[in-house]
Design a protein around this ligand. Structure first.
Ligand code: GUN
Ligand code: FE
Length: 447
């Protein structure tokens, strides 16, 4: 069976603490897009290929200033909101939902409108190297199906959720409980019947404010029945938390609202989690529920600064989310940078402000790479399939070219410095090829 061989430098995360740089690496991908072999320090490629039975493979040799890195995993983004990404950044969450989000999303009732917008957003995310994304769509079944069809055509790996909201939403953008549950069931079946190994349906109550108790209970039952993950928003902003607690007075706190409706489990993940008590973080750890850290959005909607280190230390899975369009950028490299700034802000609060841990360690570049790749894979339960380069995992990868794009190499940089330059100064211009499951789905190069 013909295989594809990649030869050059490979960079990936082994764990939060450990980044591996493989030089003169050989990575072999089979026809199904799975990694079947990885070798290190192969000085003579010709003789390796002759002796290992890969002489007839398609060979890709990376240049000296190029490397392969795992594709980015965006654990939280709103596909319809890409319509207004980069605008409307002056408000806080609840006002912004009313003035920007709900009017924008309601237009996705039109499948034609949805088709045009969703094509643009998926193309843009792939160009930015987001090989896996967890999407919120809208409440509309037709538009949600369209999003899935487009993702399938364009080749992204994705979790896709039909949004649910049956209360505290405007008349023009709300569903009744029964049709919300029925449409969710139909949507899950539509995706599962495709038998795609790339696309997974995800149960998506918008947040507790817009979901009644019967709706949340019904959704947790559907997630169980079809064995699908659950995504929602949690503890993003003080007004949101106060409103939620006023609506669900029988629950101890916001996190317990979801727990009391059986929405927290190993396959659930919560966006934001900015303002959480220790007891709430402990509850996520106990339920093995992950978080999507959306630093750009947390700054842009001035929701707050999430201390990701607190979650990592308690053993909670953490990935990064662009949260387009609460976050203005579709780029996971920007998510990395916002995460870096959030972490530095917490450090400053420890050093000069109200927090007092002098030894507080901000996130390192290698931890940032982990969160953007393997960490996100773990949040989505995909750590056995993607996130780093391991035998039997899918080849979801970025072919990074440091010489052609938005980076200047000045000479003498170590490999670690080159990786840092990519994380901090790189852009889509440095992505020569983007692969999902072995298939080239985007990239700057025309070949
Ligand atoms: N909470 C409920 N809906 C949303 C949304 O669309 N974006 C963000 N950032 N938070 C939310
Ligand atoms: Fe969001």
């Amino acid at each position: 069976m013909p295989t594809t061989v990649y030869y050059g430098t490979l960079v990936h995360s082994i764990s939060l603490k450990e980044m591996e740089i493989i030089s003169s690496g050989v990575l072999i991908v089979n026809e199904e897009g799975a990694i079947v072999q990885i070798e290190k320090d192969i000085k003579d490629l010709e003789s390796f290929l002759a002796t290992s039975g890969h002489k007839d493979s398609k060979i890709h040799i990376l240049g000296a200033e190029q490397f392969l890195v795992p594709g980015f995993v965006d654990t939280h983004a709103h596909a319809p909101q890409y319509m207004f990404a980069g605008s409307g950044m002056d408000l806080q969450l609840l006002e912004w939902l009313d003035t920007h989000v709900f009017p924008c999303e309601s237009a996705f009732k039109s499948v034609e409108h949805a088709g045009k917008a969703y094509t643009k957003v998926i193309e843009r995310f792939l160009l930015n190297g987001t090989t896996t994304c967890s999407w919120f769509a809208t409440i509309h079944l037709g538009g949600c199906k369209k999003l899935v069809d487009i993702i399938q055509d364009l080749g992204q790996r994705a979790y896709v959720g039909k949004v649910n909201m049956d209360q505290n939403a405007p008349d023009y953008y709300i569903e009744d409980t029964e049709s919300s549950l029925n449409d969710t069931r139909t949507f899950i079946e539509y995706v599962q019947e495709k038998k795609s190994n790339l696309i997974t349906p995800v149960v998506t109550p918008r947040f507790a404010i817009t979901c009644s108790t019967p709706l949340m209970n019904g959704l947790s039952q559907l997630a169980n029945e079809y064995n699908v993950p659950i995504q929602t928003h949690l503890c993003e902003n003080h007004d949101e938390i106060d409103f939620t607690c006023s609506l669900f007075k029988d629950s101890k706190d916001y996190t317990s609202v979801y727990d009391d409706h059986h929405l927290l489990n190993e396959r659930s993940y919560m966006a934001h989690c900015v303002h959480m008590t220790d007891a709430e973080i402990d509850m996520l750890a106990e339920r093995k529920t992950g978080i999507a850290h959306c630093a750009n959005s947390n700054f842009s909607l001035h929701s707050g600064v999430c201390d990701v280190r607190r979650f990592l230390e308690k053993g909670v899975k953490v990935g990064l989310g662009t949260d387009v369009a609460g976050g203005f950028s579709p780029s996971m490299l920007d998510a990395v940078r916002s995460t870096f700034f959030a972490s530095k802000t917490v450090k400053i609060l420890h050093r000069d402000g109200p927090l007092k841990d002098k030894d507080y360690a901000p996130l390192t570049p290698s931890e940032l790479l982990y969160l953007a790749t393997l960490g996100g894979a773990q949040v989505l339960g995909l750590q056995g399939q993607i996130g780093n380069f391991e035998k039997n995992k899918a080849f979801d990868a970025l072919w990074v070219d440091l010489e052609h794009g938005s980076i200047d190499l000045m000479g003498g940089e170590t490999m670690h410095q080159k990786i840092e330059k990519f994380l901090f100064n790189g852009s889509d211009q440095n992505l020569k090829h983007v692969y999902v499951q072995g298939r080239r789905v985007a990239g700057k190069s025309t070949q």
